[in-house]
Write a protein that binds this ligand. Structure first.
Ligand SMILES: Cc1cc2nc3c(=O)[nH]c(=O)nc-3n(C[C@H](O)[C@H](O)[C@H](O)COP(=O)(O)O)c2cc1C
Length: 147
């Protein structure tokens, strides 16, 4: 626990682990409102900021990474983002802001097994059979007894 003047506190959710949650919320907000959305959460590198922008953020904020590595990382982020934009011919962030939103679907639809190749479906089916087979279950029970 950090010591600030002899007092301490639990922090909020922050850092790299928050990025998937933050990206989800940014995309929801960007779809729902017509005002600028700020992308915050898990940004440490230029590509994290680019992902927030592609999902609709107009500006981004960095906290944990700047605390860990110092404000110098902002220069690296500017360099990385500028190179990315040059590579893609983007003149400003409005050229790619929200561009990925149309590809964001619920995971239930994007991981549908109907999209797997027949070979992959066979492998999945035999893996599932193996996992639930009586022989394996007996072996697993036996090995857990000997641990
Ligand atoms: C030590 C610390 C102090 C923070 N203080 C504030 C604050 O005073 N007000 C606020 O709105 N958010 C505050 N936050 C939350 C950050 O602004 C940010 O939303 C959060 O940390 C997620 O971004 P990150 O992953 O870049 O850290 C704080 C976060 C940390 C780690």
């Amino acid at each position: 626990m950090p010591d600030v003047g002899g007092k301490s506190s639990h922090g909020g959710y922050c850092g790299p682990a928050m990025k998937p949650v933050a990206l989800h919320l940014v995309s929801c907000a960007a779809k729902a409102v017509k005002i600028p959305v700020i992308g915050i959460g898990g940004i440490g590198y230029w590509n994290d900021a680019a992902e927030h922008i592609a999902l609709g953020a107009s500006i981004t904020q960095v906290c944990t990474a700047a605390m860990h590595y110092g404000f110098r990382i902002v220069e690296d982020m500017i360099d990385g983002l500028s190179a990315y934009m040059d590579d893609h011919g983007f003149r400003s962030i409005t050229d790619f802001r929200g561009r990925a939103l149309q590809n964001v679907k619920d995971w239930e639809t994007s991981t549908s097994t109907t999209k797997l190749s027949p070979t992959l479906k066979k492998i999945c089916a035999s893996a599932a059979n193996f996992a639930t087979s009586p022989v394996r279950t007996a072996r697993t029970s036996a090995s857990s007894l000997t641990r």
